[in-house]
Design a binder for this molecule. Sequence first.
Ligand SMILES: Nc1ncnc2c1ncn2[C@@H]1O[C@H](COP(=O)(O)OP(=O)(O)OP(=O)(O)O)[C@@H](O)[C@H]1O
Length: 229
Amino acid sequence: MLSIRKLNQYYGESHTLWDVDCEVPAQGCTCLMGRNGVGKTTVLKTVMGLLPAASGEIEFDGRRIESRPAEQRARGGIGYVPQGREIFPLLSVEENLRVARTSVGRRDIPTLVHELFPVLHDMRHRRGGDLSGGQQQQLAIGRALCLEPRLLILDEPTEGIQPNIVREIGDVIQRLNRDQAMTVLLVEQKLPFARRTADHFVILDRGRSVADGRMDELEDDLVQRYLTV
Ligand SMILES: Nc1ncnc2c1ncn2[C@@H]1O[C@H](COP(=O)(O)OP(=O)(O)OP(=O)(O)O)[C@@H](O)[C@H]1O
């Protein structure tokens, strides 16, 4: 579904991604893992077209996308929930969702969004900035779903969120995989959440992809070497 091959990226002179490979199989959840600063967010932003790739290939649904502009990638079926959520704090919940929806030429909010997150319906007139951190994360995911993506990319969706909403977000990811046949690429530092939610992993270390496989085969020595702090 998504194949990243030999991806290189620089911030100015600083070489950040080195020949990164990452395979995201269709209809499952792949977790991109690694310690702080190894390049996980940089990979996601490069896939979204928010950062330019210096070299390498990004193939989505059989088509090369690395030279397409970011809006085209979003409209073409890739939803993105950035780290820190980036919702509009002064707009209502409903307006936040509608803004996203208009980018695909629609005004109605997909029923799926309110089915998955009833709280967004209950709080539709509240300002985004007045929601709790967990509710803002749900809004950010709901907003990405307004584009009806085939691939949903989530950057640390559980960061700073209370445990009951973390569990709900894990359940939502599994429902999207199972009921909507949606593919998910997740960056996540919490190992128990990653193990429970994802079925594949790719590990980055200092800008390089160093291991990948099925989540149930993620061995302790890889965890020790690349993930524990
Ligand atoms: N805008 C930028 N300009 C220069 N260097 C940057 C920029 N953004 C990130 N970096 C550097 O690139 C490297 C990779 O950062 P990135 O945010 O992709 O890592 P990460 O694995 O997502 O980390 P975290 O888990 O802390 O979010 C880090 O060394 C970081 O300091």
